[in-house]
Design a protein around this ligand. Structure first.
Ligand code: PEP
Length: 252
């Protein structure tokens, strides 16, 4: 049975003391719930990764980075390598978030390199894909997502691909308060699973965790997560308060 995941992408939020409080609140709240076949992943800014992995050793969550540079070391000022993440016992790393594609010009080819660099060091990519609003309005959303997945992931063999988590994040839904309908989410998730089945095989597709992201919150999570091909969520704004994040986690 494929794993369900709720991952919180903190983005560039929280100063140190706030981060410490949020991590502790979530760790305490997770102690009070029983999660079956479900992983919770906290993705704080990189400066808090060490603190987060320290708490994670005794807590019921995993840790993800928000970014990585696809080289082990070298003259790449300001960047963080997969080796560094590995040394901190980071489990996951977000790759291909629409904000990185937009503000940092990250291409499908560059994202492929990140995917490979992470897998080489045993860190699982949470690979984000999703269309812009004009692309959806033009009926191109399936083609856009197909190209992103094919160009950054489908070079992998089946064994490596089994380590990938996919997050479908329609860009028009990210941070906008406009959520994809449960039908739109299910339709795209089923499509992505079909792509995986065609490239690899039915078993690999069945085992692939596909998350939804885009204005998912405590109110709409249950409806979205009830869709057969939606295996959890990648949560932005709503992960910054422990209570709402936990509401989402317990909606799975
Ligand atoms: C995200 O940034 O991955 C995201 C889903 O953001 P939000 O939940 O705020 O739309």
């Amino acid at each position: 049975m494929r794993k369900k995941i709720v991952a919180g992408n903190w983005k560039m939020n929280k100063v140190f003391a706030e981060a410490e409080t949020l991590i502790t609140e979530i760790a305490d709240a997770l102690d009070e719930v029983e999660l079956i076949n479900t992983e919770v992943v906290l993705c704080p800014p990189s400066i808090y990764l060490e603190m987060t992995t320290d708490v994670a050793e005794e807590a019921n969550f995993m840790v993800g980075a928000q970014n990585v540079y696809p080289e082990d070391s070298g003259a790449f000022t300001g960047e963080i390598s997969p080796l560094m993440l590995k040394a901190l016992k980071v489990d996951y790393c977000i790759v291909g978030h629409s904000e990185r594609r937009k503000y940092f010009g990250e291409s499908n080819e560059f994202l492929l390199r990140k995917v490979d660099a992470l897998l080489k060091h045993g860190i699982r990519p949470i690979f984000c894909c999703g269309e812009l609003l004009p692309e959806r309005e033009a009926g191109q959303h399936f083609d856009v997502v197909k190209k992103q997945v094919e160009e950054s992931l489908f070079h992998l063999g089946a064994e490596a691909f089994a380590r990938i988590v996919i997050a479908y994040e329609p860009v028009w839904a990210i941070g906008t308060g406009v959520t994809a309908s449960k039908e739109q989410a299910q339709e795209m998730h089923a499509y992505i699973r079909q792509l995986v089945a065609e490239k690899y095989n039915a078993k690999t597709a069945e085992n692939t965790t596909i998350l939804y992201g885009g204005s998912c919150n405590g109110k709409n999570a249950m409806e979205l997560f009830a869709q057969p091909d939606v295996d959890g969520g990648l949560i932005g704004g709503a992960c910054l308060k422990a209570e709402e994040f936990m509401q989402i986690v317990t909606s799975l």
